[in-house]
Design a protein around this ligand. Sequence first.
Ligand code: NAD
Length: 455
Amino acid sequence: MHIINPATETIIATIAPDNQHSLSTKYNLLRAAQPQWAARSVADRVAVVRRFRELLGSHQEELAATLTAEVGKPLSQSGNELNGAAARIQWLADNAEKFLADEQMTAAPGLQEIISYEPLGVVCNISAWNYPYLVGVNVFIPALLAGNAVMYKPSEHATLTGQHIAQLLKEAGVPDDIFQLALGAKETGELLLDMDFDGYFFTGSYRTGKHIYERVAHKMAPCQLELGGKDPVYVTDDVPDVKAVAAATADGAFYNNGQSCCAVERIYVHEKIYDDYVNEFVKEVNSWKAGDPTVAGTYIGPLTRREQLHELEKQVADALAQGAVIQAGGKALPGPGYYFAPTVLTNVTHSMRLMQEESFGPVIGIMKVSDDEEALKLMQDTVYGLTAGVYSSSQERAAAVLRKINAGTGYWNCCDRVSAAVPWSGRKHSGFGATLSHQGIRAFTKSKAWHLRTL
Ligand code: NAD
């Protein structure tokens, strides 16, 4: 399997993917070792995870360079991702003992009722490439903290990063047989679906997630899916600083080249400030430096996958054919490298693919609305349900819209952000289950109810 640098289109490594035999061997090692890992105290596992966090920091330069080389994100954003992962690990490590401890629910004379949290066992984590540290950490860190063994399949586009993660977990003190890598693409994933895991935790596209859910249903094991989105933002007419909101929402749409599950994918702007907003938005987009992701100051690097260039071209062509107007960009840039000019389209409607399908690239549609009711109606018009945001001086006004939207996250005066303290979860085609927060720690456990009576 060739690992290709998306900025240069050169092969930077060649690795042998796993096969049925190697995966079975790894699975057996995980299965045999898991009980000893579970028998260790949570405090002990927390200490190991804290060492892993420190190692991410001391190796940051090398890890960021690898991440940029294989997924193409600007070097500064690779550094940000590693810092973000460290912050999440910190929260999970600080809170694991609290949320994995037994909970006494009833203490009456002669009766105690207690909930305990047991590890699931050996879990399978099939992961995405867009934020391999962040989406990986969401799963394998709480899984390990809770006493599980983990088969981790990094995306084929983040293989080298997956290898770094495995190496550093080992250095941190995670026993060899408790964390195993499954290397490869779809074929490797399919082999994992045939195996007998105690839980499947998937991050990736709706299409693959649906397939996985159907394939593992008969196992009656927990299956959690963190999938894509078509996340809307509404900018009301009462924002005090249109320029600042335009810059913040442009960043929400284009950070990591728009390849974020919670990227802003649709923007609705109140007609009273629409022209001003579009003007400021386009100025912001035109101010960015695009090109070599290793050069300081680059904000837009290459896309990670060549195929996505064609998807974006198709979305733009479809929008233009239906009357959209290009305010910036509009096409792929000459190679080498999978570059697409940051693209802003106005005059868009919901009959366009651009406003319905996840773009997962540096393309955005901006639509004028006449009031909150129209904005809400358009925001709700999606099969996805990951996040939604409203910019307004009034929290009440924003909440009135956000409460009615069927999404896992609501943002007031912010967007495209994740915090370890609150659950990260999708609805509808954005998936189900949650990572992060106390829910995301307990997602890797099965609860046992204890009814204890004295005789
Ligand atoms: P993808 O679905 O193409 O691949 C994800 C993983 O599934 C990869 O490891 C891939 O090798 C594996 N896979 C592919 N086919 C498989 C099969 N048939 N059986 C088993 N495994 C299979 O997704 P991607 O391109 O890696 O990621 C982009 C998508 O992920 C976007 O839709 C994005 O929104 C979503 N995402 C969601 C979140 C979230 O937290 N909700 C986070 C990051 C990315």
